[in-house]
Design a protein around this ligand. Structure first.
Ligand SMILES: [Mg+2]
Length: 377
């Protein structure tokens, strides 16, 4: 069934309040997710949805207002006029129309994948060459909090079947990280599901290189499965210095945004692996290309996301189902108090994808705030 051109682009916002606000080394306190949604309808009336979070300037350099401006002032009107249907054409067109703006491009790319998969009557993972896996295991993350609270949360994860736990670090002094990791390690050692559990850390760029090496020498006795983004995103020499000084794999997250940044990390041998996300890559097609690049370099990768709604989570999960990540941080809607989506389930430490075309996520359109509708009616 050949694709039909995009005939309508509707843009929405949804502010999703968090039941549990969170904080790590670069986020500041986050109590709501400011989501941007795009509904694309093709000339045959088949519609698909994309969702990306706008309030992650510490990762994407973008804001909700900026994402909306890129969509409403440039991308949506020009895409409609161009009447394109294929993903390759749409992506090339968007790159020509506006530099950067990975989040705005990603939300269009994600919605178009949903449209095309629904047209074909298959889940997006099948469109990406994935198998039929419906369950994707994920790792939990623990934010900055007192040691007792971290221990309780770790116990809840293990009780729920989540056996990989990533802890946010880079608090000062380092004894505060040590105290939390000690409390968590004790829970793992005592819990029946804890003996095969893995513990990892994420510094979210919080250290300087020598500080990172000093801190990680203390933290490595907790047998870390990986260490994420110890130093500033642009400090590739610093990342490499840390990588060479510690035993556990050093993984780039904030350093690894675009495909071009990935190539630079591989060329400079700055890290041992990567943390990929749709919002940084600029959509599904670019993300799958980055996965292929990492695989060609023989390097491991994980797939994650920001805290986002269920639709954005489903998009990441469909990519994971069509790849071989060493871990997945794809549970991003679980801290949201109430949201306008249904379709995903959590079961025994895994996310369960719906057996339906596209992402299989139902969107409660009445709960969204309409921003723009192209062509204007
Ligand atoms: Mg990270």
């Amino acid at each position: 069934m050949s694709p039909a051109p995009i005939a309508r682009i509707e843009i929405f916002r949804a502010d999703l309040a968090l039941a549990e606000p969170f904080e790590h080394a670069s986020s500041g306190r986050i109590d709501r997710l400011q989501e941007i949604l795009v509904k694309l309808t093709d000339a045959d009336g088949i519609a698909g949805w994309g969702e990306m979070r706008g309030n992650v300037p510490y990762v994407t350099g973008e804001t909700p207002g900026r994402v909306l401006a890129a969509l409403t002032e440039v991308l949506a009107p020009r895409l409609l006029e161009a009447r394109l249907a294929s993903l390759a054409d749409v992506l090339a067109f968007m790159d020509k129309a506006i530099l950067g703006n990975a989040t705005a491009k990603a939300v269009v790319d994600v919605a178009l994948h949903d449209v095309i998969a629904r047209r074909l009557g298959v889940p997006v993972q099948a469109l990406l060459g994935g198998g039929t896996a419906r369950r994707i295991r994920f790792h939990g993350t623990l934010p900055f909090c007192p040691p007792e609270e971290a221990a309780n949360q770790a116990r809840r994860y293990l009780d729920a079947g989540v056996t990989k736990i990533k802890v946010r670090v880079a608090l000062r002094p380092v004894q505060r990280d040590l105290a939390r990791l000690e409390a968590i390690r004790r829970v793992l050692d005592d819990h029946p599901a804890g003996k095969d559990a893995l513990l990892a850390v994420d510094a979210n760029q919080g250290w300087r290189p020598k500080e990172a090496i000093g801190a990680l020498r203390l933290l490595e006795r907790f047998d870390l499965a990986w260490i994420e983004q110890p130093v500033a995103a642009g400090d590739l020499a610093g990342m490499r210095a840390v990588k060479e000084a510690v035993a556990a794999p050093v993984i780039a997250d904030e350093s690894c945004g675009t495909p071009q940044e990935l190539l630079r990390l591989i060329e400079t041998r700055a890290v041992d692996g990567f943390h990929f996300k749709l919002c940084k890559a600029g959509g599904i097609r670019r993300l799958m290309g980055m996965i292929a690049t990492a695989e060609a370099a023989g390097m491991p990768y994980m797939i994650g996301q920001m805290d986002e709604g269920m639709l954005a989570t489903a998009a990441g999960l469909n990519c994971a189902a069509a790849a071989n990540p060493f871990s997945c941080e794809l549970w991003g809607y679980q801290r949201v108090a109430a949201q306008p989506f249904t379709g995903l389930k959590v079961e025994g430490g895994a996310m369960v994808l719906p057996d339906a075309p596209g992402f299989g996520i139902d969107v409660d359109e009445a709960a969204l705030t309409p921003i723009a509708d192209f062509p204007p009616g």
